[in-house]
Design a protein around this ligand. Structure first.
Ligand SMILES: [Zn+2]
Length: 143
């Protein structure tokens, strides 16, 4: 099932936007003028790698995704309204940048540490808003 999310609003517009295909996401990074590496989120005041100021840096968008580092299935909601079970993961989204994400697959059997993940938009039940989820990169390309 492919849902075209064009016209939907990102839940966190400072972090990501919909890519031209209407499904995958682009993340906003801050490129460091000193060391050239990317920081995320883009509105952090200093480079995550060398500490240089990012105050006047314009964010850049790159295809959202990364490398799966570890994952766990949560069966108990950590917050009210959180849907379970959900698969929470640590994902390396850029060199030296590790973020927590949620993987949208039915169960862990499709996942392997080290695999490539792609960020996609998933509509929220609340209305025309999408949030960020990760799927295996080859599955995302086939959809
Ligand atoms: Zn830097």
């Amino acid at each position: 099932m492919t849902i075209d999310l064009r016209g939907y609003t990102p839940q966190h517009p400072q972090l990501y936007r919909l890519a031209a295909d209407g499904r995958s996401l682009e993340f906003f990074y801050a490129p460091c003028p000193a060391c050239g590496k990317l920081s995320f989120p883009a509105m952090v005041p200093g480079c995550a790698h060398c500490g240089a100021s990012l105050q006047d840096v314009q964010p850049v968008a790159h295809a959202g995704g990364g490398t799966l580092l570890e994952f766990v299935t949560l069966h108990v909601p950590l917050l009210p309204g959180m849907d379970t079970p959900r698969i929470a993961a640590d994902i390396r989204i850029a060199e030296g940048v590790i973020e927590e994400g949620v993987i949208a697959v039915p169960d862990e059997s499709a996942l392997r540490v080290g695999m490539d993940l792609q960020a996609v938009g998933v509509p929220l039940p609340a209305g025309e808003v999408f949030t960020c989820r990760f799927v295996p990169a080859d599955a995302g390309a086939a959809a």
